[in-house]
Ligand binder design. Structure first.
Ligand code: ADP
Ligand code: MG
Length: 448
């Protein structure tokens, strides 16, 4: 039964969640109304209990094995997660004597702490996982891979981890930098013939955090070096945290072996913000601004208006609030809805920005690696027809255009062809988890 139940669960929870949370479960016991699973860590068990236990229970019931309780227990460590034995032959490294302050990292933003991070449904898991890493202690997943669109808090969380680790253990060698800086330092080391020093230094850290790793895609020698650094640290059981704008498997021109390495740990998605999270973030910032600009009056409904209208990314949302307060204090006026509309007209306009069918076609073509011209062309080959249908579907979903209008932009196709395409995708989506992952990603790329 567990085999069937797993099949069903893929559909229920989506492929990414399935691979991360369901696949690693080992059914240890199923009787007397109890299903017990072995999980790799306590954190893992808690998370699955909170988020997937109900799914598992209901699927077990429909498969004819109803249970009252679903339990998770930490199993014996598998070979893959067992700490690597410390190699006795390792020679003492000079690099380790480089003081923590002199590690070649990027400066940390003092404002990016866990305290200032507002937690909501879209970032709950990313936050929990980051907290777990920040506690230090034994490595539970390696690497932690955080991904999501621009301005959703990846960098904030990484800095928060670094701050927390510094506070807990000041001597811990925590190195945070962007992938771009990693490349820059590596190229510099090549130029100055100091590659050995570079290698030693990067292998001497306890925690390595690389932000925006998509940057090294297509940069061959940097990727190579990154791969070796990564492996060396994992072998020594050192924690690695990586961020990117998309899932490892979706990063183009990244070597397969790196992708699969990045997928080995915990891959967590920061979802686009929802209204509540945006409002929460605004409220937090307002508390701060009130202390900065004493005496300013903020009318009811302004924050709600902003949370409702500025949906693209948190950085822009924050920017809007900053500007609003600065402007109101300059002109000495109350912050009302009208003031907000006036002062933020440009931001509000651009977040209303209509997505064009042409943009959708371009992104979809890029994603599936086909030519833009094939979107409107006549080819019926499946590897072209399917992406074309995806673009039709997204055009229907994300723009207010009618079927005939969409048809015109797809090389003058009839509206029934468009309808057929849209239906086809809707139908496939239910069972094809790769397709539904693709759609999710494309939607995120298009909506920012
Ligand atoms: P990313 O690295 O994902 O592009 P950042 O971490 O740079 O995004 O976040 C952009 C801005 O939004 C930062 O100022 C950050 O503090 C803020 N921000 C994002 N998410 C949150 C959150 N959940 N709570 C508070 N601030 C947030
Ligand atoms: Mg960032």
């Amino acid at each position: 039964t567990w085999g069937q139940v797993r099949e069903e669960l893929i559909k229920r929870v989506g492929k990414n969640n399935y691979v991360t949370w369901i696949e690693p479960l080992k059914l240890a016991l199923l009787n007397n109304g109890v299903a017990r699973f072995e999980v790799p860590t306590i954190f893992f068990g808690d998370w699955v209990q909170r988020n997937y236990a109900d799914h598992i229970r209901s699927q077990l019931a429909s498969a004819g094995s109803p249970v009252e309780r679903v339990e998770f227990a930490v199993g014996a460590p598998s070979m893959a997660t067992a700490p690597a034995p410390v190699k006795a032959t390792a020679k003492p490294s000079r690099a380790r004597s480089v003081p923590v302050e002199d590690l070649p990292g990027a400066p940390l933003d003092a404002r990016f702490t866990f305290d200032s991070f507002v937690v909501g449904k879209p970032n709950e898991l990313a936050h929990a996982a980051a907290r777990r890493v920040a506690e230090g202690g034994p490595v539970t997943f390696n690497p932690l891979f955080l991904y999501g669109g621009v301005g959703l808090g990846k960098t904030h969380l990484m800095h928060a981890i670094a701050h927390e680790l510094h506070t807990r253990s000041p001597d811990l060698r925590v190195l945070y930098l962007s992938a771009e800086q990693f490349m820059y330092r590596f190229v510099q080391a090549l130029r100055e013939r100091q590659v050995m020093d570079f290698k030693e230094l990067f292998r001497s850290v306890d925690v390595l955090m690389v932000d925006d790793v998509q940057f090294i895609a297509g940069k061959d020698s940097t990727q190579e070096e990154f791969f070796h650094t990564f492996n060396a640290l994992v072998d020594q059981n050192k924690q690695i945290v990586i961020s990117a704008d998309r899932a490892p498997g979706e990063i183009k021109d990244l070597e397969e072996r790196i992708k699969s390495r990045l997928q080995c740990g915990l891959v967590v998605d920061l979802h686009p913000t929802d209204y509540e999270l945006r409002l929460g973030i605004l409220q937090q910032k307002v508390d701060y601004y009130r202390s900065q600009y004493r005496g300013l009056v903020l009318a009811d409904g302004v924050l709600e208006f902003l949370a409702h209208r500025i949906t693209s990314n948190v950085r822009i949302l924050e920017g809007a609030l900053t500007r609003l307060f600065a402007f109101a204090s300059l002109v000495g006026r109350e912050i009302t809805l009208e003031l907000a509309q006036d002062c933020l007209a440009d931001i509000l306009r651009s977040s209303d920005r209509k997505l064009s069918i042409e943009e959708i076609q371009r992104k979809v073509a890029e994603h599936y690696n086909i030519r833009l011209s094939d979107m409107i062309g006549p080819k019926r080959l499946r590897n072209i027809a399917r992406p074309r249908q995806v673009a039709m579907y997204l055009s229907k979903q994300l723009t207010p255009r009618s079927l005939p209008e969409i048809g015109r932009r797809f090389g003058g196709r009839d509206h029934t062809t468009i309808m057929h395409g849209v239906r086809k995708i809707e139908e496939l989506m239910a069972t094809d988890s790769q397709l539904s992952d693709d759609l999710q990603l494309l939607r995120r790329l298009l909506q920012g």
